[in-house]
Design a protein around this ligand. Structure first.
Ligand code: PSV
Ligand code: MN
Ligand code: MN
Length: 388
């Protein structure tokens, strides 16, 4: 087992990135239930993110989605974040919302549409230059709905061409994170449907291109921790979009649907050295809080990631390795389950107190009165832009 001080140190240094869009209104294709007090602009999203950071101490990074978070002065936005103890994280490109993208973006059969999409991706890199963000996160809604609709292989050529152009534009300290998703909005083929496709493109591009694992983007029953172990071993795991799902891309709070899966994922992360900052794994949330209060839901999500991380850190690696070497199937499984079944809440409370934080982040947030203040002060909150 990792010594307790090392476990605590790892928990204190983990960084969880929260998504700007989770602070805004969101919903399903059927209805967006507007909540009182939600942010009206990217600045207010950062104000809310600062509350999450204040309560948890491990969430000082905020991902942006462009153009949902469009502002005139991105360096100014980064300055605003810095004043609140935050930095700006991944810049998420959005080439899925315009009418032009009906048949795709970078894989569209029309070169003019491809050009438009590429221009947006380049604009996102320019925004990264201004904000100091390390990561460009690319998710493409591109795909087809009907057999024969377009040439599957030709679409891969177009994708590779766009990715190469963006890759060449990246600065030395910038990365491209390619996210895959099995289906939706396309229902027949998706151009980046799985980790293998993302991995193959990233491998060709070079070391600055890595794969993002969104935990809601797989077929039911997929062994996500295997993917994590494989990508980490290949140095191609750029990060996570954490959320949980019961059916498809539900975007519910991470750790809500299947905390055991989250633990198994974090076990592979710890095992593969992915908690060490040098590995560069970004622990991002990608969630929508359609019916629950947003800031507390994000705090809860951060806590859920911490709990899974703590349990993973408590796995007795020596005992596990010995059982594995000896072919002791039951003992190996028991070692893992012992860690999973540990109640790590007292440990995390202690860690927070050592950091000068309240042991209960949700109680700490409630005590600030921020929830009541924003309801009184903010009128006409913004829709997150996704899920509607
Ligand atoms: C697509 O489903 C996705 O997971 C991508 O990360 C998008 O950028 C994000 O959702 C928007 O919420
Ligand atoms: Mn995602
Ligand atoms: Mn998604």
């Amino acid at each position: 087992m990792t010594e307790l001080p090392a476990v605590k140190a790892a928990l204190k240094s983990q960084r969880i990135e929260t998504p700007s869009w989770a602070y805004g209104n969101s919903g399903t294709r059927f209805k967006v239930f507007a909540q009182a007090g939600v942010p009206r602009d990217p600045y207010e999203k950062l104000d809310d993110a600062a509350r999450v950071q204040e309560a948890t101490g491990v969430a000082p990074v905020v991902a942006l989605h462009i153009p949902w978070d469009k502002v005139d002065d991105y360096a100014g936005l980064a300055g605003y974040a810095a004043e609140r103890g935050l930095t700006l994280g991944a810049i998420n490109a959005n080439v899925f919302q315009d009418d032009d993208y009906k048949l795709g973006s970078v894989t569209h059969p029309d070169p003019a549409v491809r050009r438009k999409a590429l221009d947006h991706l380049m604009e996102c890199v320019a925004i990264m230059d201004a904000t100091g963000s390390r990561d460009l996160k690319l998710w493409f809604a591109d795909g087809t709905n009907y057999p024969g609709q377009d040439d599957i292989a030709a679409r891969q050529d177009r994708l590779a061409e766009a990715l190469t152009a963006v890759y060449e534009r990246l600065g030395d300290d910038q990365r491209m994170l390619l996210e895959y998703k099995l289906f939706e909005p396309a229902f027949y083929t998706t151009d980046v449907p799985d980790w293998g496709t993302a991995y193959a493109h990233c491998l060709k591009l070079g070391p600055k291109a890595q794969v993002v694992v969104d935990t809601g983007h797989h077929a039911p029953g997929t062994n996500i921790e295997f993917i994590v172990a494989f990508l980490l071993r290949e140095r191609k795991l750029g990060g996570f979009d954490f959320n949980s799902r019961f059916y498809a891309d539900d975007d519910l709070m991470v750790g809500a649907a299947d905390p055991f899966q989250l633990f198994r994922i974090m076990h592979e992360v710890v095992r593969g050295g992915g908690l060490e900052p040098a590995t560069g794994v970004a622990f991002m949330l990608d969630q929508c809080h359609n019916i629950e209060a947003k800031i507390p839901a994000i705090i809860r999500s951060v806590m859920n990631v911490q709990e899974a991380t703590a349990k993973a850190l408590l796995v007795d690696a020596g005992a596990l390795a010995a059982a594995q070497r000896g072919g002791d199937v039951l003992e190996a499984n028991a070692v893992l389950m012992d860690a999973y079944n540990t109640d790590v809440r007292p440990l995390l409370a202690e860690v927070r107190q050592e950091q000068g934080l309240h042991p209960d982040p949700l109680a700490a947030y409630r005590a600030t009165g921020h929830a009541e203040r924003i309801v009184a002060e903010r009128v006409g909150g913004e829709q997150a832009g996704w899920g509607a």
